[in-house]
Design a protein around this ligand. Structure first.
Ligand SMILES: *Cc1c(COP(=O)(O)O)cnc(C)c1O
Ligand SMILES: [Zn+2]
Length: 433
């Protein structure tokens, strides 16, 4: 109920108990399981492992819970009982992200030789056209609970826009940081919401390092960085992709999921969401495989996976898939764990393969993916061709963003069929029919 100040929420466990984040009870270390009160913290004080949200989830009546969810709003708040948010979250001004389309992709399936069923989860349908609206919506609730007045982030582009828009709706200020050389559409669609947008001379990893310094500095006081000091809460937003996919399939698990990897948060939390659905009895337990997708120009997770390593060696990104151009991905090792545990894989594709896949998805399903989505569908195609993914199984691939934000990669090879004079003769001469 009460809105705690940052200091009291972090300093005293008693104060933290008055933070109302619904079923969330604590932060727990992914490595050593040490528990900490709910607060704007992201690193374990015992072992420096990442913290994640621990819950008291509503178990025991799966049928009742399923009905409650189905009666909820057509956005992520239908899953509020499974998220670190107050029960009345849906009544506050917010962007109402989620419940995006799950498209049965029969034409793409035919083209790729998939016989078991193929679906596109199209998250370009979110308010700022990427899956980042999901994670930011949860981070906003944490920011409110901890008394932050400014919303911030280090961003590869989509997060910047999602934070700018969500801050406006929530009545918070925003100041976000991006690499200065992002695609023009990402800069404009982030700047238009009126908050501060700062370009940093460097790549995303430089931006992220800078923001981490800002958190300890008086200049960043009162600031909630969605993907840094609010990262445990932020990450939980991606669970809603898992919930929606299963609900939209009729409350069941697919066999295969293909997910792009930037920091690896999304992939990791989709797995967490699937595990929760199984534990709560909302879906029948059965094996599923998770596949991670990277661009060859930024493939630290794929390279480590293929080499059989557990640790990630950072790289300097050089790819058109800028949304996922993170050279030192925080959750990379957990992505590798999940790919191995579920029997999936991590694969990478070249920039030309990404462009081809964007065009393939557009021409078969009428979905215009951004370069991160192109990466996902190029990896799907590559894994099918390599016989790694079984075409007789059910597969869901996620398009995480909108092609309108990353036109640059296509401008050389996509355009007019012909330019003609406004006469029938001229049209016939063009040879299109
Ligand atoms: C941020 C982003 C990703 C990667 O998400 P992570 O959680 O950082 O792995 C993928 N696709 C798009 C479009 C993004 O904006
Ligand atoms: Zn720990």
């Amino acid at each position: 109920m009460a809105v705690e100040t940052v200091a009291s929420a972090t300093d005293s466990p008693e104060a933290a108990e008055t933070v109302d984040l619904g079923p969330a009870t604590a932060l727990s270390c992914r490595e050593c399981s040490a528990r900490f009160p709910l607060g704007p913290n992201f690193v374990c004080l015992e072992c420096f492992g990442p913290l994640e949200v621990a819950y008291n989830l509503p178990s025991g009546d799966p049928e009742g819970l399923r009905k409650q969810i189905e009666a909820g709003p057509n956005n992520i708040w239908r899953y509020a009982p499974l998220l670190p948010v107050p029960a009345d979250v849906a009544t506050k001004p917010n962007l109402e992200p989620g419940f995006t389309k799950l498209i049965k992709a029969d034409r793409l399936a035919a083209e790729l030789g998939v016989t078991g069923g193929l679906w596109v989860k199209d998250d370009s349908g979110n308010p700022t056209h990427s899956f980042k609206d999901r994670v930011v919506a949860i981070a906003v609730e944490a920011a409110r609970a901890f008394g932050f007045t400014t919303l911030s982030c280090s961003s590869t582009g989509n997060l910047a826009g999602a934070v700018g828009a969500a801050a406006v709706r929530a009545g918070l200020k925003s100041c976000v940081f991006i690499p200065h050389d992002l695609e023009p559409a990402k800069i404009i669609t982030a700047a238009v919401y009126g908050g501060e947008l700062v370009g940093i001379e460097g790549n995303y990893d430089d931006v992220n390092r800078f923001c981490s310094e800002l958190i300890g500095d008086p200049a960043g006081e009162g600031w909630g960085f969605t993907n840094i000091n609010l990262r445990p809460y932020y990450g939980e937003g991606s669970k809603t992709l898992a919930y929606e996919i299963c609900e939209q399939l009729g409350w069941r698990l697919p066999d295969n999921l293909i997910i792009p990897i930037g920091s690896g948060s999304q992939l990791t939390k989709i797995d967490k969401g699937l595990q929760e659905l199984i534990k709560l009895g909302l879906v029948e337990d059965k094996p599923y495989k998770i596949y991670g997708a990277q661009a060859k120009g930024c493939d630290p997770v794929s390279a480590a996976y293929k080499a059989g390593h557990d640790a990630i060696r950072p790289v300097k990104p050089d790819t058109i898939a800028k949304s996922i151009a993170i050279g030192n991905p925080a959750d990379g090792p957990y992505v590798i764990d999940i790919a191995r545990r579920t029997g999936g894989a991590v694969e990478d594709v070249t920039d030309p393969e990404i462009v081809d896949a964007i065009k393939l998805l557009a021409r078969t399903e009428g979905v215009f993916a951004e370069t991160a989505g192109g990466t996902t569908f190029a990896v799907l195609r590559k894994l099918l061709e390599a016989g790694v993914i079984d075409p007789a199984e059910e597969t869901v691939a996620i398009n995480t963003g909108d092609g309108l934000k990353t036109l640059d990669g296509l401008s050389d090879s996509t355009g007019l069929s012909a330019t003609i004079r406004p006469t029938l003769d001229s049209f016939r001469e063009a040879g299109l029919v």
